[in-house]
Design a binder for this molecule. Sequence first.
Ligand code: ADP
Length: 226
Amino acid sequence: MSEVMTSPAVLILLGPPGAGKGTQARMLEERFGLIQLSTGDLLRAAVAAGTPAGMAAKSVMESGGLVSDDIVLAILKDRLGEPDVTAGVILDGFPRTAGQAEALDDLLAGAGQKVNVAISLEVDDEAMIDRVAGRYTCAACGEGYHDTNKRPQRDGTCDKCGGTAFKRRADDNADTARARLEAYHAQTAPLIAHYRSHGVLETIDAMGSIADIAAALDPIVTRAVQ
Ligand code: ADP
């Protein structure tokens, strides 16, 4: 083959629940033409569809624990097999355990690829509980709101699309948020060292505004997709 093939970029966002991974991943999709792969979203879709994987995952998700690596890896591999991911991917909420990180490294090595960058969003834990427990979204357009920090301008009406139905994730309550934070520290935070030792770790302060975090991410992602 005469053409040099460029591999799709693989970016990882690390950070506790509420750090803003999903928000930033969606903005990066638009800005860089990448595809956001959220294992949380994929699992919620499996739960809603009532697939065997979804039925096995449901109660674990509601308790704030982690779904087994087998289920998560199977769901992720299916999604990676779809044609749109050739544009490059932002992994949001994956990997979450050492086993998942190793499985990802192996999967990429098999395709002659590796993780381009893992970006850790550094935040204050206690603030995350409040953020997660109070958040909800417009059922029609997905715009995010919060019980105290960001209420719609007119009560019960979405500022963006005028929708009047809102939804809240089953696991977005204070108890489950705390369990999710504990799972993050016990099982996911150690991956920061894994990616540092592979020379691909970047950390950013993620306590600022959505725009500030996006601005901090921009040069890092620009370098990673080049
Ligand atoms: P958050 O990052 O806000 O906690 P997610 O939407 O990423 O939320 O995940 C919600 C839940 O889905 C997790 O608490 C966990 O039960 C499950 N989950 C998502 N991704 C993974 C994963 N990679 N491994 C195991 N469980 C996962």
